[in-house]
Design a protein around this ligand. Sequence first.
Ligand code: NOJ
Ligand code: CA
Length: 511
Amino acid sequence: MSESTQPPWWKGATIYQIYPRSFADSNGDGIGDLNGVLRHLDHLQHLGVDALWLSPIFRSPMADAGYDISDYCDIDPLFGSLEDIDRLIAEAHARGMRLLLDFVPNHTSDQHPWFVESRSSRDNPKRDWYIWRDEPNNWRAALNAGSAWSWDEHTQQYYLHLFLPEQPDLNWRNPQVVEAMHDVLRFWLDRGIDGFRVDVIHCTGKEPSFADDPRCLAGQPLVEFNDQPYSHEVLRGLRRLVDSYPGERVLVGEVNIRSTERVLQYYGASDELHMSFNFQPLDAPWEPVMFRTCIRDVETLLKPADAWPTWVLSNHDNHRQRSRYHGSLRSAQAAAVLLLTLRGTPFIFQGEELGLEDALITPETQVDPGGRDGCRAPIPWLAAPPHGWEGDEPWLPFPPESDELAAERQRHAPGSTLELYRRLIEARKRSPALLHGDWEELPSHPNVLAYRRQLGEDQRVVCLNFADEPHAFPINGHWRIEIASDAQGEDETYAGELAAGQALILSPEEH
Ligand code: NOJ
Ligand code: CA
């Protein structure tokens, strides 16, 4: 980074993902909504996050919890109204927080008027807005949906859906589709939205010959590897549009391919995504080899000037980090230190800052066809049941320990996970090295991961002990413990040893 140019806001931001159905309910129907978000902005401001990303809030029949959209330019009544989102935009901005929405370009709902028209007859002007074929190929859909093709009895052809049959894929090679979807972005950008998380952007381009893919034979859904040049063209169009607006609006893309190298391609020549999720840590157990490899990959591959990394440990599609780490709160807290001190923009998934685990889902309480309910459980705000969810029972059960881990209990409680996240975010903000500095790995025992972040004079050392026993990690110079994942020894001189499972941020001791 050169001294003279101010980095864009999103490079120094901590971004918080809200899954609106489960965040907070304002009207007692057991489903979270926009006014629920509005009521809890204090929590987010206290936490110190800079931007919020809302999972889809648009009109939807909810076959895929809102990722099946029937009107991109209206709010689903479950979540509120356009007035509510306007109020939320204004209030978030007044508190210095930006607001990102989820943009779902690959598919609509089968109830979207475009698809209703498209399927009405073979010569309907919108027929070609979706992908119709006489014969299916072997492509498989995600979410346990089997073939990616469904038969339309009325017009006697198959349509393509890379997810549920209720989510037909748009045909982005049709310029009218491109224009219509650009209009959607304009609609929200004009309303003051600061950017978008772009759903499965790598899927918008399809292999033009529609040839069978051997990987689908092995049972893998196409979305896990679809990676076509045309997706990049789609993306360049979105980027040009977003960049034509003032105020550094941002595109964060979901490229759900577990290869950092492939993911990197979606930054283009600074003309595609501003940031791409890199999902490898979502599969990584809490163990040093995986993280070391994944971080080194990012550091070598995402070095080019503008390919700014992102870090994600949890989201609405995967088991929460604590659940993946066998329920260990200690590991989840150490992982928080990692998340908030690597080079790149961290994303926190709602409830991660409370140290929540997945809720236990039984066949009776399962809602999602993809089996992803556990991480989507409602947020416990208050310690006493119903944890701030008065009225109808919430749509999913609460996570374990909802009394202990409720936000109210953890606020201002020394040693709580919420306090740890809040202080980590604060520590980032006061350190240019943590926000924008270089990353350099330090030699250490295989069970310890250690690195230095540095920008000019400012530096921090971060060290994490993955083992169940204490580990020596000596470093030259005099260091003070700025933050400890277990809140032990803070503000004391660092003595060259990490406690079992502990993660530390060290800052140079002042004389
Ligand atoms: C990725 C989203 O994160 C997931 O929740 C959704 O089911 C699919 N894309 C389809 O939109
Ligand atoms: Ca509600």
